[in-house]
Design a protein around this ligand. Structure first.
Ligand code: ATP
Ligand code: MN
Length: 514
């Protein structure tokens, strides 16, 4: 708008003659007369601009009318602000379109593809450190708060001039740091600071974070070590898989370590879990029978002549024979359990792994009679208990331990417990009575040497257990009589099938799973 034109307008009234004389000259005071026009043009321009903006970006202008441009110190940043507002609006529209595309793309499909990462206004994008971990925690109603302030803005600028709250604000940042502690590893104890108006400085927070991470790594390492220390070292991959399956099924809680590596087996300690809603003993022993073939070769005489296994023995491959050992131990333990003989309780049998209750406490197996130093009173008690157990074993369980010695008897809860019965046989076994005599010799010698003067000698003990009343007064004759008896029995079995002179009901048929 030309101010001269305005001043020259007819409605402004007649001009003095001297002014007309100089067509280029503009009198100095003319500005005063057109000050209204200047003001008008500025306002007009502003109004026009606002009008345009309202049409194009309604939201933006509403925001722009807020504290941003009404503040005292905002005049210099309005261009930048406007540009940012425009960008925000563009992003918002872009994201809305993206959401529509995403919906169209996925339809009713059960598996959906997220376009989240293509969004302009990414929920996590506008944060360089913290908001991706935890959302702002509202502590307004926190009873521990001293100042009870009104709402603290999440971020951004508010109010006039200097009252700007940023994420670098000490109080806000401190509270955020406290809230973010929740994101440390699940096992990291952060105390109840999160519930309070606690403000952690960045330095303290970072130190804690570092500590939490190193704790996590340390515990992972320990866990790994624990796992490797057990099954991994001693057993083959197939066995390891079976052990892991037991843990996965919840039957076992953890396998803590190896108790013994014997000739025929490796024994582990484990904490029990649950099986079919039945409680498994709190502590278990896992007897893993060795699957290397030369280990069991010298033992086949125990099994190949046991009529319970006779029919199957010849048909089985060596691997299955090894499983038979585990099975044999299970059946024998079950029989003993029924008779009330203190022995491990069978939990389950899985191929060549026998799970039973642990005799001992807190991972420490009960000592063998060989290792423990008993008082003479306890020695006497132990002797009579064993005498009784041998009789029960023979008469009620129809079993001969066949490896009975101070190495396979544990002292626990003031009594003797029998273990290691995989080789135990029925007395009708072709060598059953010989095995019994050997057991009697071991027991008798141990207690006589141990100071139990009332202990029977091996021949007396044999007769007390078997009631066979062999009269021979020396070992050679005694053994000869034993062998003669075995021969008679063998002939009887040949004639009358399975039933022997020392009859037994036998065990139920055994079914293998592959
Ligand atoms: P070895 O050749 O040493 O006799 P083995 O292969 O015959 O070993 P076992 O005698 O049954 O196996 O077990 C070996 C050791 O493991 C035992 O001496 C005992 O210390 C421990 N053990 C076995 N079963 C249990 C159990 N149920 N509870 C506690 N400890 C057990
Ligand atoms: Mn043993």
């Amino acid at each position: 708008m030309d101010p001269v034109g305005v001043t020259a307008a007819p409605e402004t009234g007649p001009s003095p003659a001297w002014q007309n004389k100089c067509p280029w000259g503009t009198p100095k005071h003319a500005a005063i007369s057109c000050s209204l026009a200047d003001v008008m043009s500025e306002q007009l321009a502003k109004e026009l601009q606002l009008e345009e903006e309202v049409v194009a970006f309604p939201e933006v202008v509403i925001v722009a009318e807020g504290p941003f441009i009404t503040g005292e110190n905002t005049d210099t940043s309005s261009d930048l602000m406007l540009a940012q507002m425009l960008q925000m609006e563009f992003d918002r529209e872009y994201d809305a379109q993206l959401r529509r595309e995403e919906k169209k793309f996925n339809g009713d499909s059960k598996v959906s593809i997220s376009f989240e990462n293509y969004r302009k206004m990414h929920p996590y994008e506008d944060s360089d450190s913290s908001e991706d971990e935890v959302d702002w925690q509202d502590t307004r109603h926190d009873p521990y708060r001293a100042d009870k302030p009104t709402t603290t803005p999440k971020k951004g600028f508010i109010g006039k001039g200097k009252e700007i709250t940023t994420k670098h604000d000490e109080v806000v940042c401190g509270r955020k740091n406290t809230a973010r502690m929740e994101n440390f590893g699940p096992d990291f104890q952060v105390g109840d600071g999160i519930g309070m108006d606690l403000k952690l400085s960045n330095q303290v927070f970072n130190a804690l974070k570092q500590h939490a991470y190193s704790e996590e790594r340390r515990s992972a390492r320990l866990h790994e070590k624990k796992e490797h220390s057990t099954a991994v070292k001693a057993v083959d991959p197939k066995t390891r898989l079976l052990l892991y399956k037991m843990i996965n099924a919840g039957i076992l809680e953890t396998i803590t370590g190896c108790i013994s590596t014997g000739k025929e087996s490796v024994v582990f300690h484990a904490y029990g879990g649950k099986m079919d809603d039945k409680a498994v003993p709190p502590e278990c022993a896992l007897k893993v029978f060795k699957t290397t073939l030369n280990e069991f070769k010298n033992r086949d005489k125990y099994i190949k002549d046991d009529y319970r296994f006779k029919d199957r023995f010849s048909k089985l491959n060596p691997r299955k024979v090894i499983r038979m050992w585990a099975e044999k131990e299970m059946h024998n333990l079950t029989r003993m359990q029924k008779a009330g003989i203190p022995c491990p309780q069978v939990v389950m049998l899985k191929k060549h792994i026998l799970v039973m209750s642990f005799i001992g406490q807190d991972q420490v197996p009960a000592p063998k009679l060989k290792e423990v130093k008993l008082s003479s009173e306890d020695m006497k008690k132990a002797y009579y208990q064993i005498l009784h157990m041998m009789q029960q074993l023979y008469k009620e369980c129809s079993l001969v331990h066949a490896d009975l010695s101070e190495y396979n008897m544990l002292w626990h809860e003031e009594k003797v417990w029998l273990i290691d019965v995989s080789q135990s046989v029925e007395p009708t076994h072709p060598h059953g009575l010989e095995f019994l005599f050997r057991d009697c010799r071991n027991v008798s010698q141990f207690f006589l040497k141990g100071g139990v003067s009332e202990a029977l000698n091996e021949r007396e003990l044999f007769n007390a257990v078997s009631s066979l009343n062999i009269a021979a007064d020396n070992e050679a004759d005694f053994l000869a009589e034993i062998e003669a008896l075995e021969k008679t029995n063998e002939d009887h079995v040949q004639k009358h099938g399975k039933k022997s002179l020392f009859s037994s009901d036998g065990d139920p048929p055994i079914i293998y799973d592959e």
